[in-house]
Design a protein around this ligand. Structure first.
Ligand code: GDP
Length: 425
């Protein structure tokens, strides 16, 4: 039996979706264990191009069972809409290949409203939220003020529970934000609509995972975002509200006894970041515009242009450590093919000194990148499938990154398609 987690090493959008889509071939079960609809995994395969937000990326593989674990922010409306978009392209989604944990908490209709209201209140101090209700959801989950998916099977108790929650939440909505209150009728409509639709998929996924483990099945744990967005280890407060690290997989999946033997960390060949917060390697002007265009760096969820920059080896080495990555997939190497010289951030200067240690979040805004340049290869590498066939300059770039981050790069991705990959093991 092998347990593998696929995680982001940087700020997210590293190409985890394409790696999960590739590697699911070897796994029987794929589990999403944290996060919600606030980020997108792009997958391109024989069915078309998809931006998955909540569905595990194993949904396209026949025979793979996909699980939404207890650690996710389960938004019934968004999930149902996403399921319909995938089903429309000819992919079967049934209670056999999609299982939702009865212990997953439900993202309630007011969570998205609260995200919007709070970003508006913050005005120019906003965090750059995707307004999917993730921060209000996790705050409420930890306050024990939301409901579990399994409560849908206890309708009378659930209605009483929701009545208490409406009364409590309306205090914040009306008195803090001056917004309209919710009524039980509104929530009943939500229950009878989206919640009823996803109900057939809800079950005791913990029991399913324990049985799968006992039967020696291979389990893949799929994370959202990356190390630097982890609530505890990231660039707080510009983090997400959940743990994006592999160490959280056993808890958030519903299999606390899981031992993760393999952690595939996904690193992009350059840096990108969505939203606000410190981003030491950020490029500006024409240089940024050229990289953004070459990499099509626009948010999968929001369409926002992503901030771009040189690969940041200080942040990446920290990200590798935090994830305890055992191997690395380096993605989008093909995007750098247009560059004459490739910038690499090897160190930061902070308080007049050079450092290769990732600073405490409050110190990040004072850090400046130290950039070294590597030779470009200036040719199309998107058709390369073997390491030996990469130009020397591209191999030098990959091996230099590998040496600095201290983790073997076993996959080099040269295109978004499933087979655009060089496997080095
Ligand atoms: P995720 O959230 O980590 O799955 O990443 P995203 O889906 O937001 O971003 C990755 C984007 O890059 C998607 O549009 C992918 O199709 C694309 N992509 C992934 N790997 C490669 C690659 O090696 N080369 C190119 N050109 N595009 C890639």
């Amino acid at each position: 039996m092998a347990n593998c987690a696929i995680v982001g090493i940087n700020w997210g959008d590293e190409g985890k979706g394409r790696m999960v889509d590739l590697l699911t071939e070897n796994y029987d079960v794929v589990v999403r264990y944290q996060g919600g609809g606030n980020a997108g995994h792009t997958v391109i395969n024989e069915y078309g191009k998809f931006a998955l937000h909540l569905l595990p990326s194993g949904i396209f593989r026949k025979g793979a069972v996909n699980i939404l674990g207890n650690g996710v922010a389960l938004d019934p409306e968004n999930l149902w809409t996403e399921m319909q978009a995938v089903i429309e392209k000819g992919v079967a989604i049934t209670p056999e290949n999609l299982k939702i944990s009865d212990r997953a908490s439900l993202l309630l209709p007011w969570h998205r409203d609260l995200d919007e209201l709070e970003e508006k209140r913050l005005a120019d101090k906003k965090y750059g939220s995707t307004k999917q209700g993730i921060a209000p959801f996790y705050s409420d989950k930890y306050q024990k003020k939301t409901v579990l998916a399994g409560e849908l099977f206890y309708p009378e108790q659930l209605k009483a529970h929701l009545r208490d929650l409406v009364e409590w939440k309306n205090l914040t909505l009306t008195k803090v934000y001056g917004a309209a209150p919710y009524t039980m009728e509104m929530l009943e409509k939500w229950l009878d609509g989206y919640c009823e639709k996803i109900k057939p998929y809800i079950c005791d996924t913990g029991a399913f995972l324990r049985a799968a483990q006992q039967d020696g099945k291979n389990i893949l744990f799929e994370a959202q975002l990356g190390s630097l967005r982890d609530l505890d280890y990231g660039i707080y407060p510009y983090t997400t509200s959940s743990n994006t690290t592999a160490a959280f997989a056993p808890i958030g999946s519903g299999l606390p006894s899981a031992k993760i033997t393999d952690v595939v960390g996904v690193v992009k060949a350059y840096s990108t970041c969505v939203g606000e917060g410190p981003f030491v390697c950020e490029m500006f002007g024409d240089e940024a515009a050229a990289l953004r265009e070459a990499g099509a760096e626009y948010g999968a969820k929001t369409g926002r242009p992503r901030r771009v920059g040189a690969i940041d080896l200080v942040a990446t080495r920290y990200g590798v450590e935090v994830q305890a990555a055992t191997e690395i997939a380096l993605t989008k190497l093909d995007v750098l093919s247009y560059m004459d010289k490739i910038p690499v951030c090897t160190h930061y200067t902070l308080d007049g000194k050079e450092t290769d240690t990732f600073p405490f979040p409050s110190a990040l805004s004072g850090a400046k990148p130290v950039i070294e340049y590597f030779d470009g290869w200036k040719c199309d590498i998107s058709g390369v499938r073997k390491w030996e066939d990469l130009p020397k300059a591209a191999k030098d770039y990959v091996t230099a990154v590998e040496k600095t981050i201290g983790c073997p790069i076993t996959y080099v991705s040269v295109g978004p398609e499933r087979d655009s990959i060089i496997i080095r093991k």
